[in-house]
Design a protein around this ligand. Structure first.
Ligand SMILES: NC(=O)c1ccc[n+]([C@@H]2O[C@H](COP(=O)([O-])OP(=O)(O)OC[C@H]3O[C@@H](n4cnc5c(N)ncnc54)[C@H](O)[C@@H]3O)[C@@H](O)[C@H]2O)c1
Ligand SMILES: O=c1ccn([C@@H]2O[C@H](COP(=O)(O)OP(=O)(O)O[C@H]3O[C@H](CO)[C@@H](O)[C@H](O)[C@H]3O)[C@@H](O)[C@H]2O)c(=O)[nH]1
Length: 343
């Protein structure tokens, strides 16, 4: 019998790609999502790719009673991947309570149910934002976390602490927190991808919408950073490579290969890429011009961060495989295909 995984936030950007990889690797999936930042049609898209429509329950994980009722019905869950969260950094500065409420309560409800219903394995979506602007690059998992730059970032640090403390108190529970660097791109089928609501804040959806003519020009936020070309540097990882890291993490937990019952991994490519390099790579791989202009730095942005991925490469036997050109081409194919979709 297939092992069953609960994927919270499974209709979202990273969640949907992970559901595809899980199903392609023989797992049964049940998604819980309140559709606050995703569309139910994603389920049909997943079915088109994998041949299987995942089981789906629509409710809010901050609702303790509904979460408990769900666990009461699901008797055979082997593991949970917890993606569901609010994720817009700027919005979190405006509405900190909303972020603390959603991101902390959903995790605590889940972990309480894990204890009560004896679901032993958790993979959590953390972020490289927990490192702030590190003193040394690349960052390893031992690089000290810094005070968060935003309430959103703080929720990720607090959630990591909650998982660590709960695992310490319950040796039979096992957690893996994956610290994502910058996930971009879309599934090669162009049937699923990132669906930003309103004006995108993130670089790649803004860039692809600009090239598609939806936005006039891309602002490059600053060219006076202490980097080779002056623009800020990040570690951009193809969302499918990131999704595959989740399948590996689940297998590690289910096969008892974890070294301790609470582990943290950097999930990036290890390559630092500047905003101007992104534009060049996009133009090279798609043949499209990116209208852009240099503007002031964006408040709250760090100068540069990229991962040391040695621990993930060696322990998880996982490595990001896609090139930057392939990744950006997939983002563009998705943007183009969106025109043909009704949602
Ligand atoms: N995308 C990134 O750049 C990035 C980087 C680092 C970490 N992360 C983390 O990865 C996870 C997934 O990110 P994403 O980019 O796929 O975001 P997303 O918004 O596309 O997906 C999150 C999903 O969770 C759902 N959701 C939110 N709150 C919920 C709740 N209380 N109950 C039920 N469903 C709820 C939303 O409807 C959405 O479908 C998040 O935890 C995010 O913080 C994302
Ligand atoms: O219109 C834009 C948008 C972004 N940028 C720059 O592009 C880079 C990447 O920006 P963005 O895509 O917004 O990502 P980050 O600010 O690095 O943050 C993302 O990546 C973090 C690490 O995974 C997550 O914690 C955050 O939630 C997620 O928004 C930064 O240097 C920005 O200044 C621009 O120049 N112009």
């Amino acid at each position: 019998m297939n092992k069953k995984v609960l994927v919270t936030g499974g209709t979202g950007f990273i969640g949907s790609h992970t559901v595809v990889e899980l199903q392609n690797n023989g797992f049964d999936v049940v998604i819980v999502d309140n559709l606050s930042n995703s569309k139910v049609e994603v389920l049909d898209q997943i079915e088109k790719i994998t041949g299987t429509k995942p089981e789906f329950e629509c409710f809010d994980l901050t609702d303790r009673q509904k979460t408990r009722a769900f666990f009461e019905k699901q008797s055979n869950l082997e593991a949970i991947i917890h993606f569901a969260a609010s994720k817009a950094v700027g919005e979190s500065v405006e509405k900190p309570l909303m972020y603390y409420h959603n991101n902390l309560n959903s995790l605590m409800n889940l972990m309480e149910c894990m204890q009560e219903f004896e679901v032993k394995n958790l993979v959590f979506s953390s972020s490289c934002t927990v490192y702030g602007q590190p003193d040394q690059l690349p960052v390893t998992e031992q690089t000290p976390r810094k005070e968060a730059e935003s309430p959103y970032g703080n929720t990720k640090s607090i959630c990591e602490d909650i998982i660590r403390d709960v695992c310490k108190a319950n040796p039979s529970l096992k957690g893996i927190a994956l610290r994502y660097f910058n996930p971009i791109g879309a599934h090669e089928s162009a049937l699923i991808g990132e669906l930003p609501l309103g004006v995108p804040n993130n670089l790649i959806p803004f860039l692809t919408q600009t090239v598609a003519g939806i936005r006039k020009e891309l602002s490059v936020f600053g060219d006076d950073y202490n980097t080779p070309d002056g623009s800020a540097i990040r570690d951009y990882i193809h969302v499918v490579d990131l999704a595959k890291a989740h399948v590996v993490a689940i297998a590690r937990l289910l096969n008892d290969q974890n070294k301790t019952n609470c582990e943290f991994f950097n999930v990036g490519t290890g390559n630092g890429v500047s905003v101007l390099e992104i534009i060049n790579s996009f133009e090279r791989s798609t043949g499209e011009k990116v209208p852009h202009r240099i503007t002031d730095r964006r408040e709250g942005d760090i100068e540069q961060i990229y991962a040391d991925t040695t621990f993930a490469n060696e322990e998880l036997k996982w490595k990001a495989e896609s090139t930057l050109d392939e990744t950006l081409l997939s983002a563009w194919k998705w943007q183009e295909n969106l025109k043909t979709m009704e949602f």
